[in-house]
Design a protein around this ligand. Sequence first.
Ligand SMILES: [Zn+2]
Length: 419
Amino acid sequence: MSTDDSKGPHVDASGLGGSAETGTHNATAEAGLVRAAEGFAIKVLAQDGLARRARISTPHGEIETPTFMPVATFGAVRGISNEELAGAGAQILLSNTYHLHERPGEETIEALGGLHGFTGWSGPWLTDSGGFQGTSLSDRAKIEEEGVTFTSPVDGRRRSLTPEGAIHIQEALGSDIAMVLDECIPIAEGASDGDDTAGGRTETRELERAMQRTLRWAEGSRKARRRKDQAVFAIVQGGASEDLRRQSAEATCQLDFDGYAHGGLGLGESRDERRAAVTVANQVLPADRPRYLMGLGRPIDLLDGIAAGVDLFDCVVPTRNGRHGLLFTSQGVLRVRNAIYQRDDNPIDPECACPACRNHSRGYLRHLIHSGESLGSRLTALHNLTYYLNLLTRAQRAIEAGTFEALHAEIEEIAERRA
Ligand SMILES: [Zn+2]
């Protein structure tokens, strides 16, 4: 039944760097299954309300949390080098399994040393399951009990992705953290075809059905694990329903994963609903496993997540907005394309030490972006990433000092303000 070839109990991570006094997994072995990753642990260093400051150990280095994971879609953060990412404070990168599976294919990446050898980023990697992009990029995606099928935009052929297949692709990619395949449906009408929505909202029974399927897929993913040096995170679903989120978290924990993610958010729910959904699930999720809020978002979304006890974040917002000249600064949001910056010789953000702010004026960056010069969008994306990573470092210091609430209030105040 099991395709697993690694028998016996796993060894826990307590020897790693001598830093894993808490948060190591119990050595619960189930014959023939890889139950927990080796060399992987989380140690909570400080707590401020529900916000927590932690250190996650992985086979490719430690991650100080809370932190933000830049999105390296094709194995690179568009236009930004590994050295620049490290300089901005990135500790772990996220790549999209779907895109790498399409091109160049996981076998090629495996032959070139996995994601670490292939990309030259020797720090930790997280990969998504590929399901979200497979279904969202294809207009003929079909989600069934066995998995998802969709038409490849690369060669027009039908592809299928099963829970087991998603794990095996990620094992070949060699990421430090793999994600289970999940079924993610929009909460509000307008974000989907709309055939399962009533009164503008996805019906609870449809959310529950997707949540239950996600659980079955998580179980399938767990049984498919073969690598002991790769953590696998499961995903809590349940839309904006606190009841479903609680149920999903309880049932997912029973399956015992290395970490847990909040999925299906940022798809039409209000900020308050999102905060409640994350908080109620975090009350159930074990304190000794990392928590990851998937695909969100703006600076205030990150702070809201941290306030609810989240450790890891990713989003395309800083890089995508940055490339278009929409910049996050200590004074608020700055649209550098605007005419008022034409003769502005100030840096984007006087409090930022990134290469864009250190060396260039708003007027010059505005000119580069208007001219379609790639240096402009590269520098502005790098600025936004630096802002995000610095913000989360500030959050770490604030949690240590017991002043996180003040930082949260400060970001709330400037979040939508024009700089
Ligand atoms: Zn900057």
